[in-house]
Design a protein around this ligand. Structure first.
Ligand code: FE
Length: 349
């Protein structure tokens, strides 16, 4: 557990980095799963900085459709869908603290277009406090994003058998560093990674999850290798043992061919996030941001690209952070066997 004082201090750091000013309007978006301490300390911190603070509590949706309680396990409709009054309240706010998991949706896009900032924060308080963002996180992630922006191809290889090529340039590059310092910006506390989406139908090769690699939202470490065959932007085969069978069955439950499309790709840059943390947590107590952000992972995913401006809008989303990969942009190593080559962090050790 963590003290209210430490959480208020963490919120104050995030809100200061997010350039919250006295007199601005903050709306805290909550639902049935919102952590009470995260909510209370957000309200105290924002109020202490002189903001006008509202709370908007909405009933949960998709509970009958999702196969797990993970808020990222079923995308699509949100409590804002068709809710014009709620959308109007959020658009009138300078900053929305999303303690509900709004996720990318047409409504979120509309709110951001109005200049409102949105910061998602749903990990439990002690994870938020451990991974509270810094300006250094932002600099490092922005530098990686700038490198992706110039690249035409991402090529990922590993000793385990991964050999994947993704053409780049069609979709924007996203920097996730955990705070919202520009109007209309969305981010997720905690984070620390840069990502983009490959060009439509231009991902080819093989992704091999080795023993110990993580699948989300399963939140499990695979016990034996899983081989994903990617052809023209889609996963056409998932082979291996029981972990592969579990993934195949889960994805089949969505009955949606678009679930198998290549989604975002990038690498982790957060030295305070750990590969091993997921092993310590009950599955329903975390959404697995340590796994998504740990330094030197290759994070790839299957599912939608609407969050990048594409047209794919599937409810299924699988995130796969992989260890010990070499990630190259146009032939130049960005990550070598799981070590980021940017002069920071573990590369210096
Ligand atoms: Fe994802």
């Amino acid at each position: 557990m963590i003290s209210d004082h430490d959480m208020i201090r963490a919120w104050t750091q995030v809100l200061t980095l997010s350039k919250l000013e006295a007199g601005q309007t903050v709306t805290v978006l909550t639902s049935a799963s919102t952590h009470p301490q995260t909510l209370q300390t957000a309200v105290i911190a924002a109020s202490g900085m002189g903001a006008i603070v509202n709370r908007l509590d909405l009933p949960p949706v998709n509970g009958d459709l999702a196969h797990s309680r993970d808020p990222l396990a079923y995308l699509g409709t949100t409590p804002l869908t068709g809710n014009r009054a709620a959308i109007a309240m959020l658009k009138e706010s300078d900053l929305v603290l999303d303690l509900m998991t709004l996720l990318f949706s047409p409504e979120q896009h509309e709110i951001l277009q109005a200049g409102t900032k949105i910061l998602l924060a749903v990990e439990p308080p002690e994870i938020l406090a451990r991974l509270v963002p810094t300006e250094a996180d932002r600099s490092r992630v922005r530098a990686a994003a700038a490198r992706i922006e110039k690249a035409k191809e991402m090529h990922i290889v590993s000793d385990a058998g991964t050999d994947l090529r993704c053409a780049l340039g069609e979709f924007p590059v996203i920097s996730e560093y955990g705070y919202v310092d520009e109007p209309g910006r969305w981010d997720h506390w905690p984070s620390g990674f840069a990502l983009t989406w490959p060009d439509e139908r231009r991902t080819n090769g093989t992704i091999v999850l080795d023993r110990g690699d993580i699948i989300l939202p399963q939140k499990s470490y695979v016990a034996e290798p899983v081989r994903l065959t990617m052809k023209e932007g889609y996963c056409v085969a998932i082979e291996g043992g029981v972990d592969a069978a579990l993934l195949r069955d889960y994805m089949a439950s969505f009955n949606d061919p678009e679930a198998y499309a290549m989604s975002h790709i990038g690498w982790g840059l957060q030295p305070r996030a750990r590969w091993s943390t997921l092993a310590l947590y009950d599955r329903e107590r975390t959404i697995g941001m340590d796994a998504r952000a740990y330094e030197g992972n290759f994070l790839c995913s299957l599912g939608p690209n609407n969050e990048a401006g594409g047209s794919r809008n599937t409810a299924c989303h699988i995130d796969i952070p992989i260890r010990n990969c070499t990630v190259r942009l146009d032939g130049e190593d960005m990550v070598t066997r799981g070590v980021v080559q940017d002069g920071f962090g573990r590369a210096l050790a």
